[in-house]
Design a binder for this molecule. Structure first.
Ligand code: FAD
Ligand code: EPU
Length: 339
């Protein structure tokens, strides 16, 4: 365990915004959790790779920085292998390690920034696959009761960019490890149309898992800004879920607005399209802005504060509300202790 006084958080969030805390405690082994003072959500923040947070203010208390390492194959049968990953494992490195070990299931989730422990928080998803499809269980330290708890995948209540940990009991459980159930025999999941097209463009008709991972990498490099060059947290807003009646009313008014079926009774519609339609794609207010590459991605051109990025995001929400009568939900955790 390492303790730092008044750390700068600029290098610890992918927006690269300036923020600081009173104290930062870096956890490198699970036992460190046993000696911690009680977590206070009114002053303290739990942080992984910082790729899905926006610091709109300083943190008056402590940053708990998860750096719990370790990954291993814990069990195998003829068709599956179960992999345990410490919460501080880099997600993308974990994906590549499983592929190198002949295991598949994570290839569509290649190149998502951040650490393994945050993956269940919003049930990370991309290119037609969500974590839920491979999640076996999650082990977490209950910071209210000071006990270990194991959650089955079902207990995590995974949903689109959501889970039990994000919505029902935020800031109560420190996830210390995750267990994944991966395939020993590759089954391609190419429902996302652009993925099959990318493989086509690569001249691959019978892809293996590495090919899919490579295609996803190419797509992501093309579509999304690199946080190492331009601060961002990926999609800043979720795609709205609409019931059948609302979806067809919207389609009538905006025939070009992309919509696709999400579940039996609901459709998702493209928040990026709505934001672009309202004229925000590539816009800039000082150093806060919206990516020129992708309208869902808010960016920091250098010295924007989190509060400035948040202000522009609120303006986007209000314009979209007036135009479409739809409330855009933010995806990253907004850390704002100003109120
Ligand atoms: P952080 O940003 O550190 O934390 C996010 C939230 O999880 C916070 O509320 C934090 O308190 C909580 N948390 C973190 N670790 C723990 C833990 N161990 N226990 C309990 N709570 C914890 N996401 C997708 O789903 N799909 C994408 O395609 C995608 N693309 C992205 C592209 C870019 C360029 C970027 C910058 C982000 C993208 N994201 C995407 C968002 C982000 O990568 C994921 O949400 C990722 O899982 C965040 O991991 P992290 O370790 O950085 O979490
Ligand atoms: N579009 C626009 N304008 C843009 C960008 C996209 O109109 O500037 C339209 C596209 O034409 C397309 C539709 O929006 O028809 C969807 O675009 P895309 O395939 O890029 O996906 P997305 O819905 O915008 C989601 C996730 C991403 C994930 C990709 C790929 C959310 C909020 N975002 O984006 O996740 O990588 O699909 O699966 O669901 C993240 O969560 O941070 C993230 C990057």
């Amino acid at each position: 365990m390492k303790v730092t006084e008044h750390p700068s958080l600029k290098a610890l969030n992918s927006f690269g915004v300036e923020s600081s805390a009173r104290l930062m405690v870096t956890l490198e082994q699970e036992e460190d959790l046993l000696t911690l003072p009680r977590f206070n959500p009114d002053t303290d923040v739990l942080l992984g790779g910082g790729s899905n947070v926006l610091f709109a203010s300083d943190v008056p208390g402590t940053i708990l920085l998860n750096r719990l390492q370790g990954r291993s194959i814990v069990r195998q049968d003829s068709s599956h292998a179960w992999v345990d990953a410490g919460a501080g494992e880099n997600w993308n490195e974990l994906v590549h390690w499983t592929l190198e070990n002949g295991l598949s299931g994570l290839e569509n989730l290649t190149m998502i920034p951040g650490l393994a422990g945050a993956a269940p928080i919003q049930n990370i998803g991309a290119y037609g696959v969500e974590l839920a499809s491979v999640l076996d269980s999650v082990t977490a330290w209950d910071m209210d009761r000071a006990i270990w708890t194991v959650f089955s995948a079902k207990d995590c209540q995974p949903a689109y960019r959501d889970s039990y940990f994000k919505t029902v009991e935020p800031d109560r459980f420190f996830i210390t490890s995750i267990r994944l159930r991966l395939d020993r025999r590759f089954q391609p999941r190419l429902d996302y149309a652009g993925l099959a097209k990318e493989l086509d463009a690569m001249g691959i008709s019978q892809p293996n898992a590495l090919d899919v991972s490579h295609a996803v990498t190419r797509l992501r490099r093309r579509k999304l800004p690199d946080p190492a060059k331009l601060g961002n947290a990926g999609s800043f807003f979720k795609n709205p879920l609409l019931g059948h009646a609302a979806a067809s009313a919207l389609a009538k008014r905006y025939p070009d607005l992309p919509q696709w079926q999400a579940t039996e009774g609901s459709s998702k519609c493209s928040a990026a399209w709505m934001i672009e339609h309202c004229g925000f794609k590539g816009c800039r207010a000082g150093d806060a802005g919206v990516s020129e590459k992708h309208a869902l991605v808010m960016v920091n051109h250098g010295n924007a504060s989190g509060a400035e990025i948040l202000e522009l995001a609120r303006e986007i929400q209000s314009t979209v509300r007036n135009e479409f009568d739809i409330e855009l939900e933010t995806e990253p955790k907004i850390i704002d202790f100003r109120a």
